[in-house]
Design a protein around this ligand. Sequence first.
Ligand code: SIN
Length: 481
Amino acid sequence: MRRTRLPIVVVGSGVAGMATALAAAPAPVRLLCRAPDGSGSASALAQGGIAAALGTGDSAEAHVRDTLEAGACHNDAAAVRWLCEAAPATVAWLEAQGVVFDRGPDGGLQLGREGGHGAFRIVHAGGDATGAALVRALRAKVQAAPHVQWRGGVDAEALLLRDGRVVGVRVRDARGRQDVIEAAAVVLATGGIGALYAHTSNPPGADGAGLALAMAAGAAARDLEFVQFHPTALAVAGHSLPLLTEALRGAGARLVDGAGEPLMRDLHPLGDLAPRDVVARRVWQARQQGGSAWLDATPVEGDWHDRFPTVLAACLAHGLDPRREPLPITPVAHFHMGGVATGLDGRSSLPGLYAVGEAACNGVHGANRLASNSLLEAVAGGRRLGAALAAAAPVAGQGTHRWSERGASLPRENLPALRELLWRAAGPVRDGVALREAWRVCAATADTGWQMRLAKALLRAMRLRRRSLGAHCREDRGCPM
Ligand code: SIN
């Protein structure tokens, strides 16, 4: 086994991991990711933009209010204030890294509006391809940065501890070769858990591996029950489904049932632009009752190639033309508000272990994330954490080492059953009996793979939160449908 030592290891190469690595300069950083070429992060698929109070008459205060309202006030108010105040500088920093945001005819940043926002405050890059634009720009910076060493094609499978402190990580490549990297700081930027569900907008790698690694080592987790479901993914066969961005509804697309009748009629004053969880539950209900749900985007005007190139390409790839026909939709697991419990500086409850982006829960998103706050938080949080780590003193010490293993993975053929179990019991609409039964299945098979143990922990949190709150809807306890 090869052993190396350097100050900082970042696991995960989405925008949170890359922003952390860049901001840590000049401290040497090893950036690890599962895909050999660094692809496969959820960031690259993000169709929403970045929320920032940049418009005339808008303010960080108003952004704070909307974030708290979306989060059902389960958020940490101080964390929300920090995020909203950091947003304009985050956009400026991204521009300095080479991200080209969409601009209007007057040359000013084009500000869009999405569900839950009381103002036009979302900046996009390449229409619905903001995530991909950020990944491209930050990757170019990371590849050119002398202090960052990139290593793809490895999975982090164990944490090294000394005297209760995380001091390294062990990785394994596709051929089973293991390496140990000792570090003063190990940062988990491994994304969310959407891929544990039967239907998700996330890539297959968003399976909670980092969260499971942290929990196995005894790090505290928080808010695990809060999973956001996006109401409009293209209902085609498969596991990771193409998203149909909420911005389409902002541009005139309509939700209809199988008979072409408005799906949201009389359900919410904001109609098709009702909060994401409300729409997701309605779409879920329509499909559970044997009906179907559709997004009619034919009223959307303008050039689809400029405004919605990602959606257009995904639909055409499935033989559907959104400009001419309604699109079949399903809700999908989209974003985990919970994760490794951290403060705003990314510090977990285990010294030496940090988490950032969707893998972390610092309280900013509360019980339901506001649209376009996630790329923002990933970048702002990564920059904050990287700068703090760059300034940190090296850790000395000579205690006994021990390994904390995440444990073997569930056999590949068993994954679909687990995903279906979570989809049914832990989806947009939950009830106590189904949660208990699903928890029992996971508890009885917890030794078959770390995914089962993680699912058990998620289900436990869902059972313990008996009242509906935000994205956690308990049908047996008064969930607003
Ligand atoms: C969307 O574009 O509908 C998703 C945006 C987000 O998740 O913030």
